[in-house]
Design a protein around this ligand. Structure first.
Ligand SMILES: Nc1ncnc2c1ncn2[C@@H]1O[C@H](COP(=O)(O)OP(=O)(O)OP(=O)(O)O)[C@@H](O)[C@H]1O
Length: 724
């Protein structure tokens, strides 16, 4: 997978039990992958660098490990600088304590110096000891001899002391007179020398002058012993065995990295290590979110017992949101990888979405919709992508799509469900038409039986982007039979339609079997899960057995907004911090997408006839309540007031929660709406409500709808059996 946009230098890592095609997190392994990961951009890994070689087949490199890449060198220098600053700060704070301690040493040194005075004390104690010994032995000759020697040596010491003192005094005087040395400076120097000498004499021999203390700038310092202990505690390595470090443990970015082999004879595999991430993390004294592990496969020189480990200094998924690179892009092609987010080390993850389908799940308010919107936003910037959008909640999340979506279905009431189902039918018809056309094309034009960018334009087959948010709202509101056929239709769209240029992008909140039908999930190729409560829920979104392989979204916390586990293949996954596109930014992207479509003549369907989108594009000011009511009435000619109020609350609870029918009527009247009738009949029920035409009539003049594009041959066939 390649990126055409230089901004999108994408990569994807894997921690799975079989990292097909992704770069393992350890940057010193060249290609830790066995095959190309479908859809994730692989950043070319730096060459293998071995510090202390365990593998005899490889020669040691000249440079140390930390100099093997610019990132590693920069990280090490940054770490050293931070360490240095902490070290200095640590001692500066303790300066008063050091002053007191050194003062005490000096006093003690002076006392010792005075007492011992150039060996007098020692000489006297030695003499006494020898004299005692001689007396005890009644060796009177020796006693006499010692006394004579003592007198002589005392004479000698006095003489030497006198000579030394006289010499020092003469030298000082000569220095002062001849060399014009300032006597004060001399005095200070002598004082300083004396003080230093005293400190030296008074210092306890077992105490260093500057103590070492707990001043590491990072929260985690990985050592070989710590790693071995952790693996032993996790029962991955026996008590008498040790893992072999393939690369030495070293600082790598905001963490510590190594590649290690499990010892033979222990009966454990790299997959066992990945499955015990939480235990390894606990034993290392960090959160499991900080432990990034992956297998190193044979293609990268690895084996079934080789693990690449990176332990982050801190939680790598927190911090200010990362704005999406799409915000600054004028136009985008869905045939290119979509910038999606970043991995733990800040490396870009891009998704190649052609021929894929996507599913997003997880607990509410963790960033599911935001993540789902990234792919849709990229496709909005492609004027040759046609959007079908269904939002079961009918909130404000997808409101900006009104200006670009060929079909837009909001809410999950009975009538909305009907429109949702007919949208799926329309898509399946279109899929059939496309396969019928593709099957007639010569091999030279359609070599793989799939859509190509050329076929896309020549045969009017825009890439179809199907966004379904809050899928559970639709499925849970349906009767069993309808649910079953709907799931079947979705499965057909996810399984067959990608070859015809259909990309399904669905999201569901509740990770249960009804909301995430297993047979649909298993067909979907990319699955993304934000925080969930347990491993079972995580598996519900990501696939059976994924948590056991390490792809476990229950390790995420409430603070991990916009962070999720992305599964991109049978054995590949990554924890991704998604790029950030909020609703205003998404609205700008949709505005741009609309302009691109008008220019390319591809604006179609609902968006082409939406008066509010046209007015907004023309810069005409529309009262917010009028725009919002028209939005919630999207696709319907009339609506009961109660339904409008419910839907308005979904769009903006703060604004509309207190609205009563009377208040709504007043606000709309103030916005220029004149009702041709106050009652509307829907499904035989005649209640207070509004007609869409009355509201549209109130949209200020000046909003011109774009010229409709030339009619497209909509001939469709129900046959979708011609596979790509
Ligand atoms: N990539 C991100 N970076 C930082 N914060 C984010 C990111 N994505 C989402 N958030 C934050 O998380 C909040 C919830 O996001 P979102 O609406 O997508 O949640 P959700 O899971 O779809 O919730 P629900 O199921 O209720 O619709 C957002 O309002 C935003 O503040």
């Amino acid at each position: 997978m390649t990126s055409t946009d230089p901004m999108v230098s994408a990569s994807s890592d894997s921690h799975g039990s079989d990292d097909d095609g992704v770069v393992v997190n350890f940057p010193y392994t060249a290609t830790d992958s066995s095959e190309t990961l479908p859809g994730t951009e692989v950043e070319p890994a730096p060459p293998v660098v071995e510090g202390e070689i365990v593998d005899e087949r490889e020669m040691p490199d000249v440079l140390p490990v930390w100099l093997s890449s610019r990132e590693s060198a920069k990280a090490t220098v940054r770490w050293a600088a931070e360490y240095g600053a902490r070290y200095v700060g640590f001692h500066v704070v303790r300066t008063p304590l050091y002053t007191l301690r050194i003062g005490w040493w000096a006093l003690r040194g002076v006392a010792r110096g005075l007492c011992r005075g150039a060996g007098w004390v020692t000489a006297r104690s030695d003499y006494r000891e020898m004299l005692c010994d001689a007396r005890e032995a009644r060796d009177w000759d020796r006693v006499r001899l010692l006394k004579i020697e003592r007198a002589e040596s005392a004479q000698h010491r006095w003489k030497m002391t006198g000579i030394s003192t006289a010499t020092l005094a003469a030298a000082a005087t000569a220095g002062v007179l001849a060399a014009d040395i300032d006597p004060t400076a001399l005095g200070w120097s002598a004082g300083l020398a004396t003080a230093l000498g005293a400190i030296w004499l008074g210092r306890p021999t077992d105490t260093p002058i500057l103590p070492t203390g707990p001043m590491m700038p990072v929260r985690m310092d990985l050592s070989a012993d710590m790693l071995t202990d952790a693996l032993r505690a996790a029962a991955l390595v026996k008590a008498d065995a040790t893992p072999s470090l393939v690369t030495p443990i070293h600082k790598d970015g905001a963490g510590w990295a190594t590649v290690f082999d499990l010892p033979r004879g222990g009966g454990k595999t790299a997959a066992d290590v990945l499955a015990k991430r939480a235990v390894v993390a606990a034993e290392l004294g960090v959160d499991e979110i900080q432990v990034i592990m992956s297998r190193v496969r044979a293609v990268a020189g690895g084996n079934a017992g080789r693990v690449s480990l990176w332990v982050a200094d801190d939680d790598p998924y927190l911090g200010a949101p990362n704005p999406s690179p799409l915000l600054g892009v004028e136009q985008f092609s869905v045939w290119d990888p979509i910038p999606f987010g970043q991995d733990a080390r800040g490396r870009r993850i891009a998704l190649d979405i052609m021929w894929q389908s996507m599913f997003f799940g997880g607990l509410p308010r963790r960033g599911k919709t935001f993540a789902q919107r990234i792919a849709s936003a990229a496709a909005v910037l492609d004027p040759y992508a046609r959007h079908y959008v269904a939002d079961g909640k009918g909130g404000a999340d997808w409101m900006p799509m009104r200006g670009v979506a060929h079909r837009l279905v909001l809410g999950a009431e009975e009538e909305a469900i009907e429109r949702f189902v007919s949208m799926l039918d329309e898509l399946i018809s279109e899929m059939g038409r496309r396969f019928a056309v593709l099957s007639t094309l010569p091999n030279s034009v359609c070599p793989e039986g799939k859509l190509t960018p050329e076929i896309q334009r020549r045969y009017d087959m825009p890439v179809v982007f199907i966004t379904i948010d809050e899928l559970q709202e639709y499925l849970s509101a349906m009767d069993n039979a309808t649910r079953e056929t709907t799931v079947e239709k979705l499965c057909r769209l996810a399984r067959r339609a990608p070859a015809a240029g259909f990309i399904l992008n669905a999201a569901s909140q509740r990770p249960d079997a009804d909301s995430v039908p297993t047979k649909l999930r298993e067909i979907i190729t990319y699955r993304y899960c934000t925080q969930v409560v347990d491993r079972t829920s995580s598996d519900m979104v990501l696939g059976k057995g994924k948590a056991a392989q390490g792809a476990d979204a229950s390790i995420l916390s409430e603070d991990h907004k916009g962070v999720g586990v992305l599964v991109t293949g049978p054995g590949s996954f990554e924890i991704v911090r998604c790029d950030y596109i909020d609703v205003p930014a998404f609205a700008e992207i949709c505005q741009r997408g609309r302009e691109l479509r008008i220019k390319a003549g591809t604006l179609s369907g609902d968006a082409a006839s939406d008066p509010v989108a046209a007015a907004e594009a023309a810069g005409v000011n529309i009262p917010a309540v009028l725009a919002d009511v028209l939005y919630v009435m999207h696709g319907t000619d009339r609506m009961h007031t109660t339904t409008i109020l419910d839907r308005l609350s979904n769009v903006d609870e703060d604004r509309y929660a207190d609205y009563t029918p009377e208040r709504l009527a007043t606000e709309l009247e103030n916005a220029g709406v004149s009702r041709t009738g106050k009652q509307v009949k829907i499904d035989g029920r005649n209640l207070a409500g509004y007609r869409r035409a009355d509201l549209e009539a109130a949209v200020p003049a000046g909003a011109t709808l774009p010229t409709p594009r030339p009619p497209v041959d909509e001939t469709s066939t129900d046959s979708d059996e011609v596979e790509g």
